[in-house]
Write a protein of this length. Structure first.
Length: 373
């Protein structure tokens, strides 16, 4: 991503976020009688909350630790509350407008209170849901496996270790992984963000996780934003083999290929063809492709593609919007022409540390021989 593209992107995000804060300000002052001083004070608070993501980003890079973590928790929880309030308020306002035609509507103040209350419930529910990690199991056939052969693979994705998710979260994830007794662990991108409070301890925890067939990872868009070289070093320090448009063979007959996220390629000014990479793999082999974004470009050249990135939408009803951008949102897909795609909803959270009706997950995949009739 060029500097100009980055600036334009940030301006668009900033503008959208500003409109959201203006909506909250206008709805508040329309239903609550505030003095001029009170309105100015509210506007000041709204302005600070509006720029809080940038304050969080600055603090995470300059003074990572307890202060930046606390700032991130407050700022990102507000982001989630803002999104839910606007959504619920718009829905209730529309419903109230319809009911008013039958003279059974209510006041704008009641609508505002109901929207605020439901939004708070949603944030609390989502915060609890984000702490309850699910384990999802799949069996996937590998064409070159011998009858009875089985390899257990665990996929994590989008852990986003940073100011809101640190050592405690890593310990819970690693305990979940160990409980599944995997032969192989893979990470499909967005492992970390800037602002990790205890990076050495975090990397040591992951380094101590040593499945028999190793750990493999690819770079996601957040590795690009955090700095490609720094991110790659952190993943290596955590014991992962980083597959950057290359492949590895943990056992004979099984190939794991990994490609960089497009944002990494744009950041470095390089371009590698996924199709050329997949065509160059040793054959015959069972092929697993690790790719951050769930976009299928080399159908027919892999047996299993593992992806993440979408978070499954993370917060209802935002998942409805994300599904318009990504055809493959979450779960398992059997692709036309052969091959399986599994898209993780993500193990962590990004932005608001909440998940509403889209739980975090660790994916456990038993790679087995193809069944014969």
């Amino acid at each position: 991503m060029s500097i100009l593209s980055m600036i334009l992107f940030l301006l668009v995000v900033l503008s959208i976020y500003a409109v959201g804060h203006l909506y909250v300000y206008k709805t508040f002052v329309n239903v609550w009688l505030l003095s001029t001083h009170g309105q100015r004070l509210l506007l000041g608070v709204i302005l600070v909350l509006w720029i809080s993501p940038f304050l969080i980003g600055l603090a995470s890079r300059v003074i990572p630790g307890l202060f930046s973590s606390l700032l991130a928790q407050i700022g990102y929880m507000w982001m989630g509350l803002l999104f839910l309030f606007i959504t619920v308020h718009l829905v209730l306002s529309g419903l109230n407008w319809v009911l008013a035609h039958w003279e059974i509507g209510t006041t704008a103040r009641v609508v505002w209170i109901a929207a605020a209350g439901l939004s708070l419930v949603g944030v609390v529910w989502g915060r609890i849901d984000a702490e309850i990690m699910r384990v999802r199991h799949y069996d996937v056939s590998m064409p070159t496996f011998d009858l009875g052969q089985k390899i257990r693979l665990v996929q994590i994705s989008d852990t986003h270790f940073g100011p809101t998710l640190g050592v405690g979260f890593a310990e819970r994830v690693i305990d979940k992984i160990r409980a599944e007794n995997p032969d192989l662990v893979v990470c499909t991108g967005d492992f970390l963000d800037p602002g990790i409070a205890e990076p050495e301890k975090l990397m040591r925890l992951w380094r101590e996780l040593q499945p028999p067939l190793g750990k493999y990872a690819v770079l996601g868009n957040h590795e690009a934003y955090s700095g490609v070289k720094w991110s790659e070093k952190m993943l290596t320090d955590a014991g992962f083999v980083v597959l950057r448009n290359t492949h590895a063979q943990p056992v004979p007959g099984l190939v794991i290929a990994g490609v960089d996220d497009p944002s990494v390629s744009r950041m470095e000014g390089s371009s590698v063809s996924e199709i050329d990479l997949m065509r160059s793999l040793p054959r015959p082999s069972s092929v697993i492709l690790l790719k951050h974004q769930p976009r299928v470009e080399s159908r027919g050249l892999f047996d299993l593609q593992l992806s993440g990135h979408t978070h499954g939408g993370q917060i209802f009803p935002f998942d409805r919007i994300v599904s318009l951008v990504f055809r493959y949102l979450r779960g398992r897909y059997e692709l036309p022409g052969g091959g399986t795609l599994i898209v993780s909803t993500g193990t962590g959270t990004w932005g608001p540390p909440i998940r509403l009706f889209v739980p975090p997950e660790i994916v456990v995949i038993d790679l087995v021989a193809k069944k014969t009739r």
